[in-house]
Design a protein around this ligand. Structure first.
Ligand code: HEM
Length: 139
């Protein structure tokens, strides 16, 4: 009976200890202020990249950075609501290729590195964006 009590106490302790350590991806990314900084930087690097700058030439980059921040926040377990259009609608007619997609991902990785986001956390975010490839890329 005593041993059972010890085991149950240990299980309860572990449950709370593990939960206390379980940071959401949103938290690991540094929450909204850091996510916003990362998105602004991603767009800045994209505008310096002749492979993709032309796609963003006529966009309101402040608005786009905010939408990307909301979307990332919601996807990673943060308290936001993305209110932009779906990924297919957002990119229809832009004629984006896998090359364009990979270029943007490169800049997102660079922006995350600059904010000292660990590789593991970077990969977790990229894994959430990867399935959007099919809606973003047209050829
Ligand atoms: C996983 C990859 C991507 C994500 C998560 C993403 C996300 C978004 C979001 C949230 C919007 C705003 C939608 C709205 O206006 O309601 C948007 C629009 C846009 N995206 Fe992407 N995007 C991705 C890939 C790309 C790529 C690869 C390019 C070009 C290289 C691109 C170029 C654009 C452009 C030009 C717009 C329109 C901006 C405007 O309305 O002015 N996106 N994207």
């Amino acid at each position: 009976m005593r041993i059972l009590k010890v085991i149950i106490s240990a299980l309860i302790f572990n449950f709370f200890a593990l939960n206390a350590n379980a940071q959401s991806l949103y938290e690991k990314l540094g929450e909204n202020p850091k996510i916003h900084k990362i998105m602004v930087r991603t767009l800045e690097l994209s505008m310096e990249d002749e492979r993709i700058a032309f796609t963003l030439e006529r966009s309101d980059l402040d608005r786009l950075a905010q939408l990307l921040t909301d979307q990332t926040c919601e996807l990673t377990g943060g308290p936001c609501k993305y209110e932009g259009v779906d990924m297919k609608k957002a990119h229809v007619g832009l004629g984006l290729t896998t090359g364009h997609f990979n270029a943007l991902v490169e800049h997102l990785q660079q922006a995350m590195r600059e904010e000292n986001i660990s590789n593991r956390t970077q990969n977790q975010l990229l894994a959430l964006f990867a399935p959007m490839h099919r809606d973003v890329v047209e050829k």
